[in-house]
Design a protein around this ligand. Structure first.
Ligand SMILES: *Cc1c(COP(=O)(O)O)cnc(C)c1O
Length: 485
């Protein structure tokens, strides 16, 4: 074992509040009554909710202990591929918490919300510039919600052309949300096989493209961490048959400030602000998935649109071709503020540098581990690199065994078994946040695990050993979740 540099939070044990409850324990005391007792309203005299009975310090210790269990970007390297678990500068949290923003009611009349509207308008323009597209909506609440929004826009576009189409092409490397969003909008997802280099070929798209295809949904760089080099020709092919090109922009962290996807032929694209633009990710939300479109598709964007006339900002609801409204109010404003602060802080040059460093770090990890793990595609990668457990299989060691053993080293494992096209996939996305020192420590831990795979495979089969909870029965946990503890 290498020196432990991760966190040890997972070795602690903590009972549920219900298990700690003791009859009569209470977290507060109220002054003795100095008035006559009087009966409560009839509807309130029944049985109250069954809540645990605890003292103040019981509650404080419980939650403080739980907080130390958390493995986050602020405690250690978190190279979860496809998720962009990067460091989010704390100043952006402060800007989002400014009382003028945090306290603004979403139903304020627009003349009293000029500052908020200006920020939204400026942010839309920034995303239009970054993506090379013309118009942006900030309404969708997450990446998958953005996908659905974009697909509804594509649906509305074809309807307006007078002929609805039935299918959407989805590469086999796609994130699972892609075919789901397509199906939600009434289209049939048609898989497209990627080639031996892990990218789409013009031929494989041409083979399935016809005039019933509404468009293609492409992630670029794709979920193998590879740049779709043929995208421009593929887009031309789709456009020639009247289809549209949807870009899943969840991997923008590799190309922002470098490639404008609108110039490569993309018509609609969502971004994940909780991946790329400084909102912490992984805690279950809130997120934000702005959708950027070409001028031609702007009429279909959700209402209301933020407009600017002279110096005055307003909300425009009168958009007859709009797909409508996607949720309450105008999207997750706090997430927009973090993105705005981040963009202002970084500037165009900073964004470009971020992408360059994210790509450099992923290639560094790839080169350092190439003799340890089997490299799925031996070519330069973008922001993430993908290995498999092929080298360890002869020792009966799987990706899962290695991931579990990394926890004993105090580290969060990389993404495992995704993307599906690589058997036993191990996907690292180090992001730009990690220094060479941190990466070297993580790489050393992984090498130690791989060495154990040959010398002492049993240690890996039994991992994790240092945690309170050992190997879980994940199938039963998923099929029969026990939510009460
Ligand atoms: C994360 C991700 C999504 C989905 O985004 P959510 O915000 O989690 O809904 C879609 N596509 C790709 C490639 C992703 O990495």
């Amino acid at each position: 074992m290498t020196e432990k540099v991760g966190t040890t939070g997972l070795v602690l044990s903590e009972k549920l509040l219900w298990e700690k409850s003791r009859p009569g324990r209470c977290g507060m005391s109220i002054p003795k009554r100095d008035v006559e007792e009087s009966p409560l309203d009839d509807s309130l005299t029944g049985e109250g909710p069954e809540l645990p009975e605890l003292s103040e310090i019981d509650v404080i210790r419980h939650y403080t202990r739980l907080s130390t269990w958390n493995y986050g970007v602020d405690t250690g390297t978190y190279p979860l591929g496809s998720c962009t678990m990067k460091y989010n500068p704390k100043t952006n949290e402060r800007q989002a918490a400014l009382p003028g923003f945090a306290g603004a009611h979403p139903l304020l009349p627009t003349e009293k919300a000029q500052g908020a509207l200006e920020i939204m308008h400026t942010l839309e323009q920034a995303f239009a510039e970054i993506t090379g597209l013309d118009a942006v909506t900030l309404q969708p609440a997450a990446g998958a919600h953005g996908e659905m929004t974009g697909m509804l826009v594509i649906h509305a576009y074809h309807k307006k052309q007078g002929r609805q189409r039935t299918k959407v092409l989805i590469p086999d490397t796609a994130h699972g949300t892609n075919p789901a969003s397509v199906a939600l909008c009434g289209y049939e997802p048609i898989p497209v096989v990627s080639d031996e280099n892990g990218i789409l070929s013009v031929e494989s798209v041409a083979a399935v493209m016809d005039e019933d295809v509404a468009g293609i949904m492409v992630t670029n760089p794709n979920t193998l961490g590879l740049y779709e080099e043929n995208l421009k020709q593929i887009a031309a092919l789709i456009h020639a048959k009247g289809g549209l090109v949807y870009g899943d922009g969840a991997n923008l962290n590799a190309v922002m400030g470098i490639v404008q996807m609108g110039k490569v032929g993309i018509d609609v694209m969502h971004l994940n602000l909780h991946k790329t633009f400084s909102t912490p990710h992984g805690g279950g939300g809130p997120g934000s998935g702005p959708v950027c479109v070409t001028r031609e598709l702007e009429p279909y964007l959700p209402v209301p649109r933020v407009t600017k006339t002279g110096d005055l900002f307003d909300l425009d609801w009168n958009r007859p071709d709009s797909i409508g409204k996607l949720g309450a109010f105008y999207g997750h404003f706090g997430v927009m503020l973090r993105a705005y602060a981040y963009l202002r802080m970084m500037g165009a040059a900073g964004l470009k540098k971020t992408s360059q460093l994210a790509v450099l770090n992923a290639n560094y990890v790839k080169e350092q581990l190439r003799d340890t793990l089997h490299l799925a595609y031996d070519r330069p990668c973008m922001h993430e690199c993908i290995f498999s457990d092929k080298n360890q299989k002869p020792h009966h060691i799987t990706t899962m065994d290695m991931a579990k053993r990394l926890i004993d080293h105090g580290y969060h494992p990389p993404t495992v078994y995704f993307p599906l096209v690589v058997e036993g996939a191990i996907m690292f996305e180090p992001t730009e946040s990690e220094s060479k020192d941190e990466l070297d420590q993580y790489i050393a831990a992984f090498k130690a695990v791989a060495q154990e795979a040959t010398e002492n495979p049993d240690a890996l089969h039994q991992a994790p050993k240092a945690t309170v909870v050992r190997r879980l029965d994940e199938t039963t946990a998923a099929r029969k979740p026990c939510l009460a503890g």
